[in-house]
Ligand binder design. Structure first.
Ligand code: ZN
Length: 274
C-alpha cells in the first residue's frame, strides 16, 4: 500500500513528466469502482483542453489541478500511475506533449473524485484528513493535542483523521526511531518521548522520500523506477533479524489487524503500575 513517501515520490515524478502540459483526453476504462462522484463525461468536459497547472498531495491523495478543476486520485492497495500501459489500465490521461499517464489498478480499490480547487476541503475524504507531517501545520502544539488520548500510540499514528499519510511501514519505523513500544498509550508518553516521536515522524518520511519510497508489492514510480527504502528498514518486516541499534532480535506482534515490529530492548514496555 503506497504511503506518504511513495505518493510524494509519484507526485514528483508526475510533475517532472507532465506538469504545465495540456490534457488532450481523459479516458476511463473502469467507471463503476473508480469514479466516486462524477461521470466520464463530466471528467472530459471539465478537464480536457486544460493545462495541468499543479500537482499536489493531501495525505495519500494526489491532486491534479487543471486550471482550478481538480482530479483527486487515491491509489489505495494496488494502484499505479505509469507512463506505459500495464495489464489493468483503468484510466488514461493523455497530454498534448505526447506522454500519457496510465492508472493501472489490479484490485480496483483506487478512487477518483472531481472537484474544484476552492472546494477541495469540502470533499468528504479530504476534509476529514488530519495533520500533514511535512507541512508548517505540523506543530508541536497540534501534535501534543493528538497525544492527549488513551489510545495505543501505533493505532493513533495510523489514523488518517489524526495524522495524514502514515501507514504501517512508517508508523513502525517512526516508533523504533523514537524508542517507543507500539502498544504504549499515547497519553502515557513522557515529554522526552513525545519530543523524539514528534521529530522522528518527519525525519523517517524525509529519508524515505529521498530513497524514492519503498518498493514492496505493486509500488513503482511513473517512470518504472523502484524505490529503495526497503533496504533501510530498521524493524518493519524484519522479525527475527537483529536490531540495527542493539542486536536484539526484532519481534512481531499482531495489532489492529496488522503487524507491529519492534525491539523489546530499544522500545521497552513499561511495567503496568497500580
Ligand atoms: Zn534494539
Amino acid at each position: 500500500v503506497p504511503e506518504l513517501p511513495e505518493v510524494e515520490t509519484i507526485r514528483r515524478g508526475v510533475v517532472e513528466l507532465v506538469e504545465g502540459q495540456r490534457l488532450r483526453s481523459v479516458e476511463v476504462l473502469e467507471r463503476i469502482h473508480l469514479l466516486k462522484n462524477c461521470t466520464e463525461g463530466q471528467l472530459k468536459r471539465r478537464l480536457e483542453g486544460r493545462l495541468l497547472t499543479d500537482v499536489g498531495r493531501r495525505g495519500k491523495y494526489l491532486l491534479f489541478d487543471f486550471e482550478g478543476a481538480l482530479l483527486v486520485l487515491h491509489l489505495r492497495m494496488s494502484g499505479r500511475l505509469l507512463i506505459v500501459p500495464a495489464c489493468h489500465t483503468r484510466m488514461v490521461l493523455s497530454f498534448e506533449g505526447g506522454l500519457a499517464l496510465h492508472f493501472d489498478d489490479a484490485r480496483r480499490f483506487g478512487m477518483a473524485y472531481l472537484t474544484r480547487r476552492r472546494d477541495l476541503e469540502a470533499l468528504a475524504p479530504i476534509g476529514a484528513l488530519g495533520i500533514e507531517p511535512l507541512t508548517p501545520g505540523y506543530t508541536r502544539e497540534e501534535f501534543e493535542a493528538l497525544l492527549a488520548r488513551d489510545q495505543e500510540i501505533k493505532r493513533l499514528l495510523l489514523d488518517q483523521h489524526k495524522l495524514a499519510g502514515l501507514g504501517n511501514i512508517y508508523a513502525n519505523e517512526s516508533l523504533f526511531e523514537a524508542g517507543i513500544h507500539p502498544l504504549r498509550a499515547a497519553s502515557g508518553l513522557r515529554s522526552s518521548e513525545r519530543t523524539r516521536l514528534y521529530r522522528a515522524i518527519p525525519a523517517v518520511l524525509e529519508r524515505a522520500i529521498a530513497a524514492g519510497g519503498t518498493s514492496m508489492r505493486s509500488y513503482q514510480m511513473p517512470s518504472g523506477e523502484l524505490g529503495r527504502f526497503q533496504e533501510n528498514f530498521s524493524v518493519y518486516d524484519r522479525a527475527g533479524s537483529p536490531c540495527p541499534r542493539c542486536g536484539t532480535a526484532i519481534e512481531r506482534l499482531p495489532q489492529g489487524g496488522r503487524s507491529s515490529y519492534f525491539c523489546r530492548k530499544c522500545q521497552p514496555m513499561p511495567p503496568l503500575s497500580g
